[in-house]
Design a protein around this ligand. Structure first.
Ligand code: SF4
Length: 198
């Protein structure tokens, strides 16, 4: 099978392949994908800071100072609309097997405080969540939409999958993530071109 171009994005072959896996559950994976934080676009940082008072109640008391939420390592990033990115802060968490996590990962339940705050405020669960967190374990680099499996976090347990006795194409397992990028019409086009159905 070859990669497909949908709405200007090349959907990688590794998204079209089947694996004997299903979607993860946080009680098992401990949100391992959040152990290293995430790079976010400058406008996403501004959006999160604008919602700071809504986010703070969903974080442990020691993490409510918004001046500590980002690591200050601002850098060029071609895949970000603004051209600039910055990392979320990574903090010690002795209760997590990795020992450190993104500052927004709640030790109590391993949920993202940005997602928890969105839900609590009646917004879409992904309203405050960074784009690359929504997409994970998929990613986009220069319009190449693919499974981001060539990195340490993926192989340590941040792959967002758990074993299953039946093979399922990854584009089915990660339908919500793909629809977020391609839209419902783009996802329907993908299914049509691989011979699937909704
Ligand atoms: S912002 Fe949320 S989803 Fe993204 S790495 Fe941090 S805790 Fe995880």
């Amino acid at each position: 099978m070859e990669s497909l171009t949908i709405k200007g994005k090349r959907v990688g072959i590794n998204v079209l392949e089947a694996k004997a896996t299903q979607r993860c559950i946080t009680t098992e994976c401990q949100s391992w994908c959040c152990t290293g934080g995430v790079w976010i676009d400058s406008w996403e940082k501004e959006k999160i800071l604008a919602q700071a008072e809504k986010v703070k109640p969903h974080l442990p008391e020691g993490r409510r100072d918004e001046t500590r939420w980002f690591d200050g390592e601002r850098d060029n990033h071609l895949d970000f609309p603004s051209g600039w990115g910055e990392g979320t802060a990574v903090v010690d968490d002795p209760t997590h097997p990795a020992g450190t996590t993104c500052i927004f990962l709640r030790p109590a339940d391993r949920y993202c405080a940005l997602q928890t705050a969105s839900i609590a405020n009646g917004d879409h669960p992904w309203s405050f969540k960074p784009f690359y967190c929504i997409l994970h374990p998929l990613t986009i680099e220069h319009d190449h939409l693919h499974l981001d499996d060539a990195n340490e976090i993926y192989h340590e347990g941040g792959h967002c999958q758990r074993p299953h006795d039946r093979e399922t194409p990854l584009f089915v397992t990660f339908r919500a993530e793909l629809e977020h990028v391609l839209g419902e019409d783009g996802y329907a086009d993908l299914l049509r071109r691989v011979g699937g159905s909704l």
